[in-house]
Design a protein around this ligand. Structure first.
Ligand code: FAD
Length: 295
């Protein structure tokens, strides 16, 4: 009986003591980032820079004895050469191969590799080159804020033989009264004008085509230089599948029936979704690359 009582008292003490201990503020572990990055500036020690000469960054960083990052980054510079006309004789190539390890701060001998960030997946190189070969077309949007009573005969209109191609009445579309957006797609003469001149040109066309005599209160031009990929005859576009079964490409630029359009982007997404549905690819499975195939 006595033994039982003593045990009970001890248990009670333990039950009370544990929450008290848990509430004791933990001493914060020291925070630090330490390590080194060694840089071999090979491109700075040779003149002129020979083809193939690269800078090599060797990285070894420890974050609070919790995460370790180590590996290399190499930078092959772009070379522009020539006596009469200069041109690119070597493209810049940045490659990286960095390991990420997690470390148990209480026992630094316990280290587990959790990931690898690398610049080149050999199987995807041809696809990456195909994407890099795409060229782009601009789209300019000229916003003109007219007095609120200005309204187009339709929410959207097309102009023929003008700089302006399409105009949108944002009042009718989105309730922003008097705001007209003029859209000019692809390369053209409009690119020779500065923004001020282009805004004046569009205002003139609206006057000539629709009789809008008022002056806009303000204007703003958004010039997106790489608005869409350039959809040319016989253009080689990547398919949505790649040599890696669990890497799929979705986007308007993938092979399909449409040029760079919302429809093309949606169709591409549907193709990828169908592929995932009809195959063993699991959306919950993280991308896993067999280390044996990596460089
Ligand atoms: C000004 C303009 C007007 C257009 N007008 C029309 C039109 O009238 N009709 C029409 O059909 N199409 C039009 N288009 C084209 C249409 O917008 C595109 O075809 C469509 O949006 C492409 O969809 P997407 O999903 O392939 O790519 P995006 O819409 O470009 O989406 C790609 C997304 O990926 C993100 N992203 C990129 N890199 C990274 C990264 N490294 N990490 C994380 N995120 C990243 C981007 O921020 C972006 O949100 C127009 C385009 C522009 C620019």
């Amino acid at each position: 009986m006595k033994t039982f009582l003593i045990r009970s008292v001890l248990s009670l003490f333990a039950a009370v003591a544990l929450p008290i201990a848990a509430q004791t503020p933990a001493v914060n572990p020291p925070t630090f980032v330490k390590g080194d990055i060694t840089i071999q500036y090979n491109t700075r020690t040779t003149t002129p820079i020979a083809h193939g000469t690269k800078d090599v960054y060797t990285i070894n960083v420890n974050v609070c004895n919790s995460a370790l990052f180590h590996g290399t980054v190499t930078d092959l510079p772009q070379l522009i050469e020539g006596w009469v006309s200069k041109g690119v004789t070597q493209n810049r190539v940045l490659t990286y191969d960095l390991q990420a390890d997690l470390m148990n701060p209480k026992n630094p001998t316990q280290v587990r590799n959790v990931g690898r960030l690398f610049g080149t997946v050999p199987q995807l190189v041809p696809v990456a080159q195909q994407i890099e070969a795409l060229t782009f077309q601009p789209i300019y949007t000229v916003y003109l804020q007219y007095p609120e009573q200005i309204r187009l005969p339709h929410a959207m209109l097309g102009f023929d033989r003008c700089f302006t191609q399409w105009i949108f009445d944002k009042g009718q579309i989105a309730g922003h009264q008097g705001l007209i957006a003029a859209v000019i797609s692809a390369e053209g003469l409009h690119q020779k004008l500065d923004h001020e001149q282009l805004a004046k040109k569009v205002v003139q066309e609206l006057r000539e085509q629709l009789g809008i005599m008022e002056k806009p209160l303000w204007h703003q031009i958004l010039a997106e230089k790489r608005a869409t990929f350039s959809c040319e005859p016989n253009l080689s576009r990547p398919t949505h599948i790649t040599p890696l079964t669990n890497v799929l490409l979705a986007g308007d630029y993938t092979a399909g029936e449409y040029p760079a359009t919302l429809e093309g982007a949606v169709m591409s997404g549907i193709r990828c979704a169908e592929k995932i549905n009809n195959s063993q690819i699991s959306t919950s499975t993280p991308l896993h690359l067999n280390p044996a195939v990596l460089p």
